[in-house]
Design a protein around this ligand. Structure first.
Ligand SMILES: Nc1nc2c(ncn2[C@@H]2O[C@H](COP(=O)(O)OP(=O)(O)OP(=O)(O)O)[C@@H](O)[C@H]2O)c(=O)[nH]1
Ligand SMILES: [Mg+2]
Length: 436
């Protein structure tokens, strides 16, 4: 099978500034034991997109089968030799495995193929490295890259250079040649420094988060697979001008904007990093502070590309990441986007399977009003209106309800302050004895 790359560009700026040929990549997926071949094929197709987004040309791909990974090469000796013949014939620069490789497997395979060998994680890290623009994003990516490369460094600068580090291409971008050639100790101290800097940035963001919480405006978070149309939807609903692009991982930071619902209510709408199948753990760790903002949300709008045949497996992948960042318990509203592109039969099926989902096109605006009404309803479901009579010696509780709920009225009664407020059921416990 041959993949047509959507975008071609030069990978490295050379001293002579001549055009450099685009790195030719050969993709390998391995179906293990009883794993599904379909899922592996879809994942391999997506790897082609990822490789293309990273700037290399995925010229061909092969799906192999094995009972279990070989510790030394991941694949069998015969399989490796067959592939070596193909990669030689096609003049391949890099072999990209969809499965995660250990540093040893990576090195051994590179020797057999006589070219670079990387895995899916390296490709995703590479995309993040190219796309990060904010200060925090760049620090987070550098941290993830160092953590990825550390076990792959054997303290041999020469070997690294020969493998192509610093020459451009997947698996080579990032912290830079000189830094990679320094000893592990320096890298470790860099990792510690980065962790500290990221923590400082996340502290200052926490201050903003607190301010946001006390504003009582409900936070609605856009979450979903990369390229599902989250930023387009944010732009459509608010006046934000977030970059939207037909490629993976356009958004690597987070944006929060105020939006006005048709019901008259204001909400805060946030847009953040998109997810992908098997998002590398070290990236989730590095981006944890950015992703954790999702945890503040009262409601998540889980945006799904309805025109993608793998839409449902994207939903599963997104939910896995949500679980990992501790956001799985937040109320989730599925929003099927790109209905203008989707096949009517597939759309009808999704409507049957997900009767509560909202269907819309963020691009044409079709169905957007319905989304506003659904948000209003979902938020109202979550808040309960209560009337409390709080004794005058419990001023702390009056302060607390102002902080945690939306106070509708507060009057001085005979026995205490009578407060009518809308409050999240989870917060209700501490006030329960004063409910009237
Ligand atoms: N046809 C169609 N295209 C859409 C729709 N919504 C978004 N797109 C396109 O899909 C591509 C991705 O949209 P984005 O809004 O950047 O997607 P995202 O979810 O923010 O993606 P990342 O930030 O990369 O995770 C862009 O080319 C959009 O123009 C839609 O409803 N219909
Ligand atoms: Mg985006």
């Amino acid at each position: 099978m041959t993949y047509q790359g959507r975008q071609r560009r030069r990978l490295t700026a050379t001293v002579t500034d001549l055009d450099v040929e685009v790195q030719k990549a050969f993709l390998v997926g391995v179906v293990l034991g009883g794993d599904s071949t379909d899922a592996a094929q879809r994942s391999l197709d997506e790897l082609a997109l990822l490789t293309d987004t990273a700037g290399s040309d995925p010229v061909d791909a092969e799906l192999l089968k094995r009972d279990r990974p070989d510790p030394a090469r991941f694949i069998g000796k015969g399989q490796a030799e067959e592939l070596a013949a193909i990669t030689k014939a096609l003049d391949i620069d890099v072999v990209v495995f969809d499965n995660d490789l250990t540093p040893v497997q990576q090195r051994n395979l590179a020797k057999i193929f006589h070219c670079d060998v990387v895995d899916r994680i390296a490709v995703i890290l590479d995309i993040f490295a190219q796309h990060a623009t904010s200060n925090e994003g760049m620090l987070q990516v550098e941290l993830a890259l160092l953590r990825y490369h550390l076990p792959r460094l054997r303290g041999k600068g020469a070997e690294l250079s020969r493998q192509g580090f610093g020459l451009g291409g997947i698996g080579s971008r990032g912290p830079g040649e000189t830094r990679l050639e320094t000893d592990r100790r320096r890298i470790y101290s860099r990792v510690t420094r980065l962790e500290k800097e990221i923590k400082n940035l996340s502290n200052s963001r926490n201050t903003q988060r607190k301010a946001r919480r006390s504003s009582h405006t409900p936070l609605v978070a856009l979450v979903g697979y990369t390229n599902a149309g989250k930023s387009t939807l944010l732009n459509q609903i608010t006046d934000a001008e977030v970059l939207t692009e037909d490629r993976l991982f356009s958004t690597l930071g987070s944006t929060v904007r105020k939006a006005h619902l048709p019901s008259g209510e204001d909400i805060l709408l946030s847009d953040t990093v998109g997810f992908v199948r098997r998002l590398p753990h070290m990236l989730i760790e590095a981006f944890r502070s950015t992703l954790e903002e999702i945890n503040d949300a009262t409601l998540m709008l889980h945006v799904v590309d309805s025109s993608d045949p793998g839409a449902e497996s994207q939903i599963t992948a997104v939910r896995e990441v949500l679980l990992e960042i501790g956001a799985a318990q937040i109320d989730e509203q599925i929003v099927f986007n790109k209905t203008d592109l989707a096949d009517p039969v597939a759309l009808a099926r999704l409507k049957r399977v997900y009767p509560d989902a909202v269907f819309l096109s963020a691009l044409t605006g079709d169905g957007i009003d319905g989304l506003g009404d659904t948000i209003t309803k979902r938020l109202a479901d979550q808040y309960q209106e209560v009337k409390l009579s709080i004794p005058y010696d419990r001023a702390d509780l009056v302060a607390a309800i102002h902080r945690e709920g939306a106070v509708i009225s507060a009057d001085h009664g005979e026995d205490g302050t009578v407060v009518r407020a809308r409050i999240h059921p989870a917060e209700l416990n501490r006030f329960s004895e004063f409910v009237v």
